[in-house]
Design a protein around this ligand. Structure first.
Ligand SMILES: CC(C)[C@H](C(=O)O)[C@@H](O)C(=O)O
Ligand code: SF4
Length: 471
């Protein structure tokens, strides 16, 4: 048989029907739902008088609009604005009406959809997973085919458990060599996007491989797959291995007993066969990577923390030059200015990119016994309540609070500023999230993306700082 890639194996196992020149009908193993993109999909079911086809294959949570302030009454919704309250209650009602499990605003397991899917063991190798959210690519870290869909497609999957989908191309991204000390998964993915650009993987599903990837833990692999969408990829994937299986074993929804053994045997067949062909290949060397920071208004505008903001004049291409000029004007940064030393007003540590326990540990390692700079607002927001509990058990909340940071309840928070957590016009935030678009963290706000260690080191100094100088 022709050698096949991980993607091809999953794709072929899920095609229900494929007519020539038409999209495939793809069976979907899991659909995740959140409050922002699902309301019209449920409305569509109601209009047609349809039930959810497989409510047991869908899981919902509230994450984007949920306040992260701890309120003495314990009622998180009491501090939500009316629009957020309505959206959250609507999802909770829709799930109750259609029999879909929901980690609601009171649930001890609530969290960002891309954080809780894996931690519940819902995300498993070989699955097709969709969610009305672009960062669904996160789940590909487990060797699943996971991608974001639009609201009409959410309805399609709710109604039929299938999705019309054209077959994407494949791209192998090989990260060769070992990652140097002090360099994180976030630095790998920011470096890749800086290299290939925000459209660099358009139309492709990326499979990440190479020594540096194999050595990453699951949290780190999720950081990489999470941001695949930021270079245009349809999805990101990493072949499942012992690291994946160790993570999943014993989790609530992971198979157990003889079902575990059977699943394991199947999962071991998933990695790409030797000699499998990809449509494209890109190689990145891990050994020369530096901590990365973005200076502009898309995630591809990233440079090593030791470098300087680029000069638009040096760009040959006129539209690229104009785009860079515009980005620098918005960001209030000067060409040639070293990015290290740029002052920041706000530090955000959290999101589905870097709000997991190992991210919080990395930030706490920097902040332990130190104080954040005067006048700085520092938010540490766990990606889920399970992460929150684990962090508190390890005393990380104390480390953050003693350093002068705010310790918050779980949610998307300042990654997207939909819940009231936001920066002010003109302010600079160094953020562990994944998007630095104009106004992303608040109207007129300026976002610099970086790793948890870089964000924490910058919190100590009040300006962009190479974490290797502090650790
Ligand atoms: C709100 C949602 C549709 C959006 C996404 O699709 O990614 C959000 O999660 C984001 O990160 O911008
Ligand atoms: S944390 Fe940010 S990127 Fe992730 S789902 Fe929420 S808003 Fe989107």
């Amino acid at each position: 048989m022709k050698p096949r890639t991980l993607f091809e194996k999953i794709w072929e196992a899920h095609v229900v029907s494929q007519q020539p020149d038409a999209p495939a009908i793809l069976y979907i193993d899991r659909q995740y739902l959140h409050e922002v993109t699902s309301p019209q999909a449920f409305a569509g079911l109601r209009e047609r008088g349809l039930p959810a086809r497989r409510p047991d294959r869908a899981f919902a949570t509230v994450d984007h609009s949920i306040p992260t302030l701890f309120v003495p009454s314990g009622d998180r919704l009491s501090v939500a604005d009316d629009a957020s309250k309505t959206q959250i209650r609507q999802l909770e009602k829709n799930c109750a009406d259609f029999g879909i499990p929901c980690y609601d605003h009171n649930s001890p397991d609530q969290g960002i959809v891309h954080v809780i899917g894996p931690e519940k063991g819902l995300t498993q190798p070989g699955m097709t997973i969709v969610c009305g959210d672009s960062h669904t690519s996160t789940h590909g870290a487990f060797g699943s085919l996971a991608f974001g869909i639009g609201t009409s497609e959410i309805l399609q999957v709710l109604a039929t458990q299938c999705l019309l989908q054209r077959k994407p191309k494949t791209m192998l991204v090989k990260i060769e060599g070992k990652l140097p000390a002090g360099i994180s998964a976030k630095d790998i993915i920011l470096a890749l996007i800086a290299q290939i650009g925000i459209g660099g993987a358009t139309g492709h599903v990326i499979e990440y491989g190479g020594e540096a990837i194999q050595m990453l833990n699951m949290d780190e692999r999720m950081t990489i797959c999470n941001m695949s969408i930021e270079c245009g990829a349809r999805a990101g994937m990493i072949a499942p291995d012992e690291v994946t299986f160790d993570y999943l074993k014993g989790r609530e929804y992971a198979p157990s007993g003889s079902a575990w053994d059977a699943a394991l045997a199947a999962w071991r067949q998933l990695p790409s066969d030797p000699g499998a062909q990809y449509d494209r290949e890109v190689v990145l060397n891990a050994t020369s990577l530096q901590p990365m920071v973005t200076f502009g208004t898309n995630p591809g505008m990233g440079i090593p923390v030791t470098a300087s903001v680029p000069h638009p004049d040096k760009l040959e291409n006129e539209s690229q030059r104009a785009a860079l000029q515009k980005a620098l004007a918005y960001m209030g940064l000067q060409p040639g200015q070293p990015i290290a030393g740029q002052k920041v007003d706000v530090v955000f540590i959290g999101s589905c990119t870097n709000g997991r326990i190992t991210d919080l540990r990395a930030a706490a390692e920097v902040l332990r016994g130190r104080k954040v700079a005067d006048g700085l607002t520092v938010l540490v927001v766990p990606g889920s309540r399970a992460v929150l509990r684990q962090a508190e058990q390890e005393g990380l909340d104390r480390v953050f609070i003693e350093a002068g940071a705010q310790w918050r309840d779980a949610g998307c928070s300042m990654c997207i500023a939909m819940n009231g957590d936001m920066i002010q016009p003109g302010q600079y935030a160094i953020s562990t999230s994944n998007r630095n678009f104009e106004g992303r963290q608040g109207k007129g706000g300026r976002t610099l993306l970086a790793s948890p260690a870089t964000a924490a080191a910058s919190a100590v100094n009040g300006y962009v700082t190479d974490p290797r100088e502090i650790l």
